[in-house]
Design a protein around this ligand. Structure first.
Ligand SMILES: C[S@@+](CC[C@H](N)C(=O)[O-])C[C@H]1O[C@@H](n2cnc3c(N)ncnc32)[C@H](O)[C@@H]1O
Length: 280
């Protein structure tokens, strides 16, 4: 899919897109280090849409985030950066919040649209690093589950924060949920393997490799069952909280609060997935 720049277009059609992989699609475990070239905006979503909810559904329960966002909107509108299958957008519209969102992947948009309430989400098919929407009065913008770090080029991350800031109304808030890798979780070579519980006889193995110098984490989900197995990879280029604050400051946003998680407790050094709240 070509990168869509500038004026994002509302997506009213269901874009097909199948992304199930067979065992023969298994790709080699990424061995590159320091790889910060730009990932294709729709690539992750098109590859993961079929399994996204299986991998993350139970792990990232949306309730606390939805509560926090409903409180912050105070009747205003939400802009979600990277809608995915609607994990946040669907419960938000169910609570009466008006939600628009950016999403590059046709396969993800199709999944979102299939859900009850999916038709009520305003979908703009665009690149998070370069979008221009008709409205600039959002009360809240939200970039959840480290979606910002899917933009593996630092400049693209800065542009994403700046685009979000431009679309907020005065006193509007940008929420960024972003992980902090805990070096203790990786072995001396920066590797970690985790076996997660998965239903329906599925075996789910998560292999991660941390490149501390490059601020990269390569993650591979291997799902296997009686029918075969498939591997889903993503590379994240993480930023420290200080780096996030600098991106926000460059976009004329001020840090209002940093939470340990979506419950709103203050962040500490031990917070692995802090939520930074910036105000315009
Ligand atoms: C980790 S998922 C998060 C989905 C949802 N926000 C949630 O909380 O479950 C990230 C989403 O952002 C989309 N995405 C990643 N990079 C993008 C880009 N450069 N432009 C637009 N969408 C992008 C992916 O297709 C995917 O649907």
């Amino acid at each position: 899919m070509p990168t869509i720049r500038s004026a994002a277009r509302p997506c009213t059609t269901d874009v097909g897109g199948r992304c199930g992989h067979s065992a023969s699609d298994l790709r080699a475990w990424p061995r590159q280090t320091g790889c910060v070239s730009r990932q294709e905006p729709s690539g992750y979503g098109d590859r993961h849409a079929a399994v996204y909810d299986r991998i993350y559904g139970a792990r990232f329960a949306p309730d606390a985030a939805v509560e926090a966002l409903v409180r912050a909107t105070a009747g205003g509108r939400v802009l979600e950066l990277g809608l995915g299958t609607g994990r946040l957008a669907i419960p938000l519209v169910a609570r009466g919040v008006e939600v628009d969102g950016i999403e590059a992947s046709g396969a993800m948009i199709a999944k979102l649209r299939m859900q009850p309430g999916g038709e009520r989400v305003g979908v703009f098919r665009a690149d998070l690093a370069d979008f221009e929407l008709p409205r600039r009065d959002y009360a809240v913008a939200v970039c959840a589950v480290s979606t910002l770090f899917m933009l593996t080029d630092r400049r693209a991350q800065r542009q994403c924060v700046a685009c979000a800031a431009r679309h907020l109304r005065p006193n509007g808030r940008l929420f960024i949920e972003a992980f902090r890798p805990d070096p203790a979780r990786f072995d001396a070579a920066g590797r970690r393997t985790e076996i997660r519980r998965a239903g329906n006889g599925t075996r789910h193995v998560v292999r991660s490799r941390h490149d501390a110098a490059g601020q990269l984490v390569h993650i591979s989900h291997l799902l296997s069952d009686a029918a075969g197995s498939a591997e889903y990879d993503v590379t994240l280029h993480y930023a420290t909280c200080e780096q996030l604050d600098a991106m926000a400051a460059a976009a004329a946003l001020r840090l209002a609060e940093r939470w340990h998680d979506w419950t709103g407790a203050p962040a500490t050094e031990a917070s692995n997935d802090p939520v930074s709240v910036y105000v315009r």
